[in-house]
Design a protein around this ligand. Structure first.
Ligand SMILES: [Fe+2]
Ligand SMILES: [Fe+2]
Length: 290
């Protein structure tokens, strides 16, 4: 099912965005090859995880800046729940990142760099409308990657139980709240040219940052004798489900004038993972604090 773009006067549909307070995940043994025994994928996922706590802190503040200007009470409520989910993601990823750091990943350096870049610099120099547009753009990235993970067994099989369920929980909630920042932007800013221009700039910063972080992280841990493995790992990269042509097309769809996050209907996917993770007998059901 597809839906057309909302006009700023449309009301937001009711969305179920539950804030699940989770106990820490059981600690699997982690290694420098925790993602599919693949060095490049492992460093890329570790860098992405290290970006989350400060990055999502920026997301929450950029959306909250506009909360009181949102006229639709349903959307205002969704802003609160979006903030609750993102805050929990930051907390769980911080624990996970500390353990990645112990194994040898450069999580602390990435975490500090994102903190300085986003919360130290961008949050001070960019107008609030641009900060919100940055968040809407990055929420499109997180929702896209999340729904790839939720739908592709090949992506899920890269990880052991702990990391797989941590990422699937995060992915489920990214999908649940994927329209919130976008709809706040549409209602209170609504500048289409700015939205698309900021997406171009944000793509450069995000993809560039992820690449630089991954190269730095890998170079800090791999020696000359690891080169053959590294070459094989790079050769496998184009076959990664996260880099499939459909994923790229979906990222680019953000530039269409009629774009809305719900164009990609993930209702079935969300229902399936809600049941598998948090339904009766779900793998994470007993980890939710009441
Ligand atoms: Fe998140
Ligand atoms: Fe998010």
């Amino acid at each position: 099912m597809t839906r057309s773009a909302q006009s700023p006067t449309d009301e937001s549909p009711a969305r179920d965005i539950p804030v699940r307070r989770l106990e820490p995940f059981p600690a699997d043994r982690l290694s420098l090859r925790f993602a599919g025994a693949d060095p490049v994928m492992s460093h890329a996922v570790a860098v992405l995880s290290a970006m989350f706590p400060n990055g999502e802190d920026f997301f929450v503040r950029s959306v909250r800046n506009y909360r009181d200007q949102v006229s639709d009470p349903e959307l205002r409520q969704q802003v609160n729940r979006f903030a609750g989910q993102e805050t929990m993601h930051g907390r769980i990823h911080r624990d996970f990142n500390n353990r990645l750091q112990e194994v040898g990943f450069k999580s602390n350096v990435v975490d500090r760099s994102v903190g300085i870049g986003f919360n130290g610099v961008l949050a001070r120099v960019l107008p609030e409308s641009v900060q919100l547009a940055v968040t809407a753009a990055l929420e499109h990235y997180t929702a896209t990657l999340a729904e790839v993970l939720m739908s592709e067994p090949k992506a899920q099989e890269l990880f052991g139980d702990e990391v797989r369920y941590l990422l699937l929980w995060h992915a489920l909630e990214e999908s649940e709240h994927k329209a919130v920042a976008f709809e706040v932007y549409q209602e209170v800013v609504g500048n289409e040219l700015l939205r698309r221009a900021v997406m171009q700039a944000t793509t450069g910063v995000f993809v560039g940052g992820l690449l630089i972080g991954t190269v730095y992280s890998a170079a800090s841990n791999l020696g000359v004798r690891d080169l053959p493995e590294l070459v094989r790992s790079l050769a496998r990269l184009p076959r990664s489900p996260f880099l499939a042509p459909g994923v790229l097309r979906r990222i680019l769809s953000y530039n269409r004038p009629d774009f809305h996050p719900d164009t990609f209907d993930a209702t079935e996917l969300v229902n399936r993972w809600r049941a598998d993770l948090f339904g009766t007998g779900g793998v994470l059901a007993e980890r939710v604090r009441t």
